[in-house]
Design a protein around this ligand. Sequence first.
Ligand SMILES: Cc1cc2nc3c(=O)[nH]c(=O)nc-3n(C[C@H](O)[C@H](O)[C@H](O)COP(=O)(O)OP(=O)(O)OC[C@H]3O[C@@H](n4cnc5c(N)ncnc54)[C@H](O)[C@@H]3O)c2cc1C
Length: 451
Amino acid sequence: MKKRMFLKLSSTLMTGAALMNISCSPEKSTNSLRNWAGNLSYGTASVFEPATVEEAQQIVRKCSRLRTLGTRHCFNRIADSQDNLLSTKNLNSLISLDAQAKTVTVGGGMRYGELCQHLHQNGFAIHNLASLPHISVAGACATATHGSGVKNGNLATGVSALEFISANGELVSLSREKDGDNFYGAVVGLGCLGVVTKVTLDLIPTFSMQQEVYLNLPMSQLESHFDEIMSAGYSVSLFTDWQTTNVNQVWIKRKIVDGESYQPPKEFFGATLATKNVHPIIEISAENCTEQMSVTAPWFDRLPHFKMGFTPSSGEELQAEYFVPRRQAVAAMQAVQAMKDEINPLLMISEVRTIAADNLWMSPCFQQDSVAIHFTLNQKTKDVMKFLPKLEEKLSPFGVRPHWGKLFTMDTAQLQTRYKRLGDFKQLVKRYDPAGKFVNEFINANLYGAT
Ligand SMILES: Cc1cc2nc3c(=O)[nH]c(=O)nc-3n(C[C@H](O)[C@H](O)[C@H](O)COP(=O)(O)OP(=O)(O)OC[C@H]3O[C@@H](n4cnc5c(N)ncnc54)[C@H](O)[C@@H]3O)c2cc1C
């Protein structure tokens, strides 16, 4: 059966009265649904698109193996299944905004981009966004997706409560207030606890921002001013191709205080203020990027680098990203730069961001102020997969942790030693999924050490 036909049939099946007859015998196809980057096809064509939480519960009850799918932006097989996928595409409603408690509750499939405007209109914001607004809230939090900012935790740190369907089809609610430590285990859940149907996020008052870009920051400035540079705004990113002794671009996103925009100086630690909007990959038109040049706009139009409705990043690409302790940022960057000749044929651009420490057990920033060194790479999968082990070895002395949603090759045993609470996480997973219904090959290989 053709993919489109199957999806059409399956969504009709899921939304009709015939739901009670859901069969979970998977329809296999080697050429099924692909991830956003197109570098992988998921291992099954059995894709359910429930329209309601009740339908999702029935699907969970009937399937013996299942994985939840958000907006498909991961580059590795973390979201994959050989059996069944449950897409949260239609579980994307805005459930409630509690102005008193300063929280918003959304369906797990809600994309950040769909939520932000509404929050702003009601006088609210969330603390940070990733480089793109296209991703689902539950999918982003499940992998500890982050933006930048020395004081900003990753997006999952803004979650105050979760509701998910556990393996027996029952709804489970956990909150920061009520469930303490276990809650911190569940938020970066890697899709292992069940299907997240509701996420409650902390709100802060809405705010305006401006962003400016500086070109050609001498790397030597980072050696003595790294913290100062990365603290120059609410969120700061360095973009570089590692090829010269300069960082190519510094993006500074500032909060506007008391309605007064900031006039940036023409020079910043030896870098020069850009005179027009730029794309992080300088050769690409800046049309898809959020406006720079210190033009004021609401937070959601400045925190991401890319506009909703436009292709983020470059499109046909691969991504890898590694977290190291912030205090070792410069040494880690120097280790990467020492590989500049090997990186050059594969790299489109690198980005360096800061993320504040958190208490989320499976977060790469668990109890550690971190720096994330990101690589947007050409879609030469074989070459990239040969290169990543060398890069990981260079970063190994820094106790490197990879991004859960991007490519990595790190040895399982080594990876597991980097997560102090992994044993507790496995216990938590067992409580909600005793038979491993939500465990896929990626989870098996990386958390349980088996393929
Ligand atoms: C162009 C581009 C730019 C990116 N920029 C950033 C960035 O700035 N910062 C960053 O940190 N990352 C970034 N990423 C990576 C991205 O944020 C993560 O891969 C994120 O997890 C994607 O969310 P998703 O909804 O697409 O998840 P999917 O890829 O669909 O799923 C990811 C994981 O979440 C689980 N999951 C999804 N929904 C649910 C649910 N409702 N319940 C339970 N589990 C669920 C899946 O099972 C899977 O394990 C970028 C990716 C792309 C393609």
